[in-house]
Design a protein around this ligand. Structure first.
Ligand code: SF4
Length: 382
């Protein structure tokens, strides 16, 4: 059964959840509603594996209303798999024109040719063989097996995930593979063994007509008395989708420029990240990746009128903020400490860079990365 690869403890927990659920009555209520209120769609009338297949491929990323006329034209132009297999690709693409995502049509065409040539025009009812055909993923495979062959195989897409997270008040992040696997496992255990195709289509219709992404119509829902999400008042908050934070990466070269008693520090601006904190000079690597000590010495020369005699990377540090990661390369430097370089500094540099007595560093607020550099510097010269 789909989803049987779950961890034993997770499977047991879900099993307990399902055991307390009135599955028989749920199926009965759902299928009764589907038989009376379900959508009448051309591929549902006398469904064949070929019809289900074509419709499911067309329905990927496309609305049902848009698909209906395309499906009807396509089936009258290519009424059998042999007709489709024999057609030139341009003709197939022409029939698909306007539906978009043309790789779907190409995959369908190739796969149908394979079925005609390899399987005597019989769409395989074996899940493995079916899943090996071009363009057939787990959802399409489940739809064909359940709707055309009455195999109790779930067909889980975003709509089905939404409906089931609400039915079982399942508050885990739906974007995680683990969550999807667990929901698939639940669907596989709820599916009606006698009418699996109708069950899958009923859930799809429920998701499209009643349990919609926003404002689910719980009052009109045929399975409201089975819905744990509604009972907990959580229906509209489900499913949970935790937005991934896009982390920006910045690479800095940090020269430790010091004399026997002082070290060069910079005070950050009064607003923004780490406002007004003190730090060692930080040169943002424009390439973002490559270590380049030449660029660093040129920057130090331009910025502070200091010609470095020697620089050597002593450590790499990493610090993660919520949206930002710093990769910091720290350099030990030698220079002519007798030179009074500050005289040559612009007002802007003088305003924010200062040679600070090393014994006063402990009194200054320093970001974590720079505290680590301070520790290294002190240990190095002790
Ligand atoms: Fe969806 Fe509401 Fe029905 Fe629950 S009761 S399945 S949330 S429409």
């Amino acid at each position: 059964m789909e989803g049987s690869s779950l961890k034993e403890s997770v499977a047991q927990e879900l099993q307990e959840k399902i055991a307390s659920y009135q599955i028989q009555q749920f199926r009965k209520d759902l299928l009764h509603w589907y038989d009376t209120e379900g959508r009448v769609l051309p591929w549902r009338q006398k469904p064949t594996p070929y019809k289900v297949w074509v419709s499911e491929i067309m329905l990927q990323q496309t609305r049902v209303d848009t698909v209906i006329p395309y499906f009807q034209r396509f089936m009258s132009q290519f009424p059998t798999m042999e007709a489709l297999a024999e057609a030139p690709e341009e003709q197939v693409l022409k029939a698909w024109e306007g539906l978009g995502y043309y790789s779907r049509a190409r995959h369908l065409h190739h796969a149908v040719k394979e079925v005609v040539a390899e399987y005597g025009s019989q769409v395989p009812d074996d899940p493995v063989k079916l899943g090996e055909l071009p363009g057939i993923g787990p959802y399409t495979r489940g739809a064909i097996l359940s709707m055309a062959y009455q195999q109790p195989t779930p067909a889980v897409d975003g709509n089905v995930l939404r409906v089931f997270t609400r039915l079982f008040n399942y508050a885990e992040d739906i974007e995680k593979t683990k969550t999807k696997k667990e929901i698939e496992w639940v669907v596989a255990h709820c599916i009606d063994p006698v009418r699996p195709g109708a069950f899958n289509q009923a859930i799809m219709d429920l998701g499209a007509m009643v349990c919609t992404p926003k404002n689910p119509a719980c009052r009109n829902c045929p399975v409201q008395q089975h819905c744990l999400g509604r009972e907990a008042g959580q229906a509209e908050r489900l499913p949970v989708k935790i937005k991934k934070i896009r982390v920006r990466h910045e690479t800095y070269f940090v020269p430790v420029i010091r004399t026997a008693t002082h070290v060069l520090l910079h005070q950050r601006p009064a607003s923004g990240l780490l406002a007004k904190m003190w730090e060692f000079p930080m040169f943002l690597d424009p390439d973002g990746e490559d270590e380049d000590s030449l660029q660093l010495s040129q920057w130090v020369d331009k910025q502070f009128a200091i010609q470095l005699l020697y620089l050597h990377e002593v450590m790499k540090l990493r610090h993660q903020f919520s949206h930002l990661e710093w990769n910091v390369h720290v350099y030990q430097c030698r220079w002519d400490e007798e030179m009074d370089v500050e005289k040559q500094w612009s007002d802007e540099i003088k305003g924010s860079y200062h040679f600070i007595p090393i014994d006063q560093l402990a009194q200054l607020p320093l970001p974590v990365v720079h505290q680590k550099i301070t520790e290294w510097m002190k240990s190095e010269f002790e």
